[in-house]
Design a protein around this ligand. Structure first.
Ligand SMILES: Nc1ncnc2c1ncn2[C@@H]1O[C@H](COP(=O)(O)OP(=O)(O)OP(=O)(O)O)[C@@H](O)[C@H]1O
Length: 236
């Protein structure tokens, strides 16, 4: 079954198969996975442990490739690109938000957020302006010199989001972005993701075990036994 968004597809998986070799034996995770996601959509992916959610995110981020099938994002066929081209594509078009923030503890907030800009030919001033703007967007204006260890989980995740958007990518991949947070902080983060989706038209794919988080998205897909099942519900 092909699960389809309503508009022009931005992300498209066609007949994707993926398996892992363990001790000489190949375990199939997907054998004919199909999916389309429209530009500007906000999609939650849920599913039991081991159903392949991280495998999916790894393929979408180009960290891992499918064994067969097509994986298109925008005009790029990711499975046809070499390692360097994929890394460069990722740096320009994609931001990743992690469950445990993945901030570097020896760097302050501004330097953590700046990391994706180091690959870009920008002046020091332009980098600083972009970092300030991203921090402003996530409600952390003025926290440039604070270190991650002195921040709450919710604040650290805001820094993680600022880092994910600082290079202005069109796509955000979120891996359990609220998995380490209390309800209040989680809701704040979800509100921020909704804002980025609605106001800045970021396409968001978010893996989550949190039903409340899934309700923040426009679509919810359940991944089980190698297939997506679309959860029907009225628009938010
Ligand atoms: N690098 C790997 N080598 C071998 N097997 C792997 C590898 N990565 C994942 N797997 C296996 O593939 C299956 C899917 O894993 P994946 O991490 O994608 O599931 P998940 O849905 O994200 O699970 P969870 O909700 O627990 O994070 C699991 O059975 C896992 O053990």
């Amino acid at each position: 079954m092909t699960v389809t968004g309503q508009e022009e597809p931005y992300i498209e998986l066609k007949g994707v198969s993926k398996g892992y070799s363990i001790g000489g034996e190949t375990i199939s995770i997907f054998s004919d996975l199909n999916l389309t996601i429209a530009r500007g959509d906000f999609v939650a992916v849920m599913g039991p442990s081991g159903s392949g959610k991280s495998t999916l995110l790894n393929m979408l981020s180009g960290i891992d490739g499918p064994d067969a099938g097509e994986l298109r994002i925008g005009r790029n066929r990711l499975e046809r690109m070499g390692e360097n081209a994929r890394s460069s594509w990722r740096a320009h078009h994609m931001g990743i938000v992690f469950q445990f923030y993945n901030l570097l503890p020896m760097l302050n907030t501004a330097d953590n957020v700046k990391l994706p800009l180091l690959l870009k030919p920008l002046s020091h001033k332009e980098r600083r302006m972009r970092v300030d703007k991203a921090l402003d967007l996530v409600g952390l204006a003025g926290r440039q010199t604070q270190y991650p260890a002195t921040m709450s989980g919710g604040q650290q995740q805001r820094v993680g989001i600022a880092r994910a958007i600082v290079a202005d990518p069109g796509l955000l991949l979120c891996d359990e972005p609220t998995g380490d947070l209390d309800r209040k902080s989680a809701d704040d983060i979800l509100e921020m993701l909704r804002l980025l989706n609605r106001e800045l038209n970021k396409t968001i794919v978010m893996v989550t075990h949190d039903l409340q988080a899934a309700l923040s998205a426009r679509r919810t897909l359940h991944l089980d036994k190698g297939e997506f099942i679309e959860q029907e519900r009225s628009a938010q």
